[in-house]
Design a protein around this ligand. Structure first.
Ligand SMILES: *Cc1c(COP(=O)(O)O)cnc(C)c1O
Length: 218
């Protein structure tokens, strides 16, 4: 199967209001261009420097999303161009994003990553930490928090995955009501293996890599 046909078969399954982030980490520019030529404009990467060099080389109307764990000392390399940072999982990241956004005279959009999986290895805030971050939000004049992101456990147990997505959706709705944030409208959940469940549970944005580009070789 080609990248273009993989993309179109996924898009055909998606409800209209769901945004698709094509996760191109580790993949060469030719693969990204193939998806681009098939109409895809949003790409996700998990290493800031890899994303920055792809940004330099590829068409400028691509929206680049940083979906991975953020190293604060590298934020300066993406601050001029990144469209959305999904993986904000500690306040230090927000502080540095704010600083670098200010230097670049822009507002950077971000999602707060929430720890919903049972696996200890996954990153993210718990709900108590989210409240404290959101209560401090006026400090971050150049960052706009537009939603939440989460990764479910990597398991074949569908009920567990569904339950974790439900937890995230409930938290998303609670925050929307409690804080009345403008443009708090993005719930990033779902990857190749679980995006159908995520959509049923209220996802607005899915991050799909291997189902589009094939398996990754690390
Ligand atoms: C790699 C990655 C994805 C895409 O994973 P696939 O299983 O290849 O679709 C999605 N989200 C995050 C945070 C990732 O690191």
């Amino acid at each position: 199967m080609s990248i273009a046909s993989n993309l179109s078969s996924i898009k055909n399954k998606l409800p209209q209001n769901i945004e698709l982030v094509a996760v191109s980490k580790t993949k060469p520019n030719e693969d990204i261009l193939e998806a681009y030529q098939a109409g895809q404009r949003i790409f996700g990467e998990n290493k800031i420097q890899e994303m920055a060099s792809k940004y330099e080389a590829l068409p400028k109307d691509i929206e680049w999303h940083m979906i991975g764990h953020v190293q604060t000392n590298k934020i300066k390399f993406m601050a001029p161009f990144v469209s959305l940072v999904h993986g904000v999982d500690r306040e230090k990241v927000l502080k540095e994003l704010n600083k670098q956004a200010q230097k670049n005279e822009r507002i950077i959009k971000c999602l707060l990553q929430v720890h919903i999986a049972q696996e200890e290895t996954k990153f993210g805030f718990d709900s108590g930490e989210l409240d404290s971050v959101l209560n401090n939000r006026s400090e971050y004049t150049h960052v706009e928090i537009v939603g939440l992101m989460g990764m479910a456990s990597n398991t074949d147990n569908e009920d567990q995955v569904r339950g974790e997505f439900k937890t995230l959706k409930t938290l998303f709705d609670t925050i929307s009501e409690r804080y009345g944030l403008d443009s708090f409208n993005t719930l990033s959940m779902g990857m190749s293996g679980d995006f159908s469940i995520a959509i049923e549970e209220g996802s607005t944005m899915i991050r799909v890599g291997s189902s589009i580009f094939g398996a990754r070789n690390y």
